[in-house]
Design a protein around this ligand. Structure first.
Ligand SMILES: [Zn+2]
Length: 358
């Protein structure tokens, strides 16, 4: 009796991505309190504006200073500095509102504004997304310019259709590769400028405990740049054993990916090393200008959300974007933290996950 050949895995359908945004883009902007002067008549607004120019308000430049007949005087917490430096010698036992009323009187501002000042809530920082702006404007008028890219990333369709198709196809092939290898955790690196797969790898923790998929993938990319610490683990793609651009592409994995999609193209981009200086590499995405340096400008597709070690390795490798299929309990890009959004780190990248997966 002959055995049936093993069934080929099916390709996934209807894959959609969702951008993992910083938390400050998922909630309305916070509010703070400011003191406002109540101008008596519209005709005094210009005068108020000129006089208040001597009282610049800190960190509130995202706000328009005037709303109807109200003009921002200063942030609530800033008033103590004004009290301290004022020459008016106003009774220090007075409340802030009483102090400000007295201050208005002594400045001879009473003819154009009331001595009754108000404390009102205003947006504490610049709204980034339009819905945040609309929420913020309910409290106080803000300055705002639509950030088209950010609006798209925050929408249900973070990519234009042509680009979405490329990411879907690559993720489908990645999941196909994983299933073909008995659900092992796999990853691929792609140069989005050429849409060529630069490196493929999978979990190699049997070989070395730190070789989680992203770590082994970074090593495979390093091989395409004449580096790599674990060369002995892979046979190069047979197409050209001497050509660096195939060094991160093990032939067995290439064949499985081609089985999922014969149109896939392979080959890393050659670094233009003599043109790279550290300072240039550190500035943004220079893939087009200088070729890859580590993973600069590369997109990384992973079956699983990376752990912290791998998240930091991807960050240090200066990846452009990370796409992952499944969150993990110790994940660093969604579950435990959004590492790619942490301020103060010297590189940031975008992260996308497959929707409807938990
Ligand atoms: Zn890891």
């Amino acid at each position: 009796m002959s055995e049936n050949p093993p069934k080929k895995p099916k390709l996934e359908e209807n894959l959609e991505f969702e951008c993992i945004l910083p938390d400050n883009l998922l909630k309305p902007v916070e509010l703070i309190e400011v003191f406002v002067l109540n101008v008596r008549d519209k005709k005094h607004i210009k005068q108020a504006f000129q006089l208040l120019a001597a009282f610049p308000y800190k960190d509130l430049n995202h706000l328009k200073r005037v709303k109807d007949l109200q003009v921002i005087f200063c942030e609530k917490n800033q008033l103590k500095d004004i009290r301290r430096t004022s020459n008016e010698e106003i009774d220090e036992n007075k409340s802030d509102s009483e102090f400000l009323g007295e201050f208005v009187k002594r400045q001879n501002w009473s003819e154009w504004c009331s001595e009754e000042v108000s404390l009102v809530k205003v947006p504490a920082c610049q709204p980034i997304l339009r819905w945040q702006y609309e929420e913020a404007a309910k409290f106080w008028p803000c300055k705002f310019h639509t950030n088209v890219e950010m609006e798209r990333l925050a929408s249900k369709s973070p990519f234009i259709e042509k680009e979405a198709e490329i990411h879907r196809d690559l993720m489908k092939s990645l999941l196909y590769l994983s299933r073909s290898l008995e659900e092992i955790d796999v990853g691929i690196a792609v140069n989005p400028l050429t849409n060529r797969i630069a490196a493929i790898s999978h979990d190699l923790t049997n070989f070395h405990p730190i070789l989680h998929t992203p770590m082994s993938l970074i090593d495979a990319i390093a091989r395409s740049q004449n580096g790599g610490a674990y060369k002995e683990t892979k046979k190069p793609h047979p197409e050209d054993k001497n050509d660096l651009i195939f060094k991160g592409l093990p032939s067995n994995l290439v064949e499985i990916l081609l089985d999922s999609n014969p149109k896939l193209q392979f080959g890393a981009t050659i670094p233009i090393k003599d043109k790279i200086s550290d300072s240039e590499v550190l500035v943004g995405d220079n893939l087009e200008k200088f070729g890859p340096y580590l993973c600069t400008g590369y997109d990384i597709y992973l079956t699983k959300e990376p752990c912290f070690m791998c998240g930091m390795a991807l960050l240090h490798s200066r990846v452009k974007r990370v796409f992952f299929a499944h969150p993990t309990k110790d994940g660093s890009l969604l579950t435990k933290l959004k590492l790619h959004t942490v301020e103060g780190l010297n590189h940031h990248f975008q992260v996308f996950r497959l929707k409807n997966d938990s």
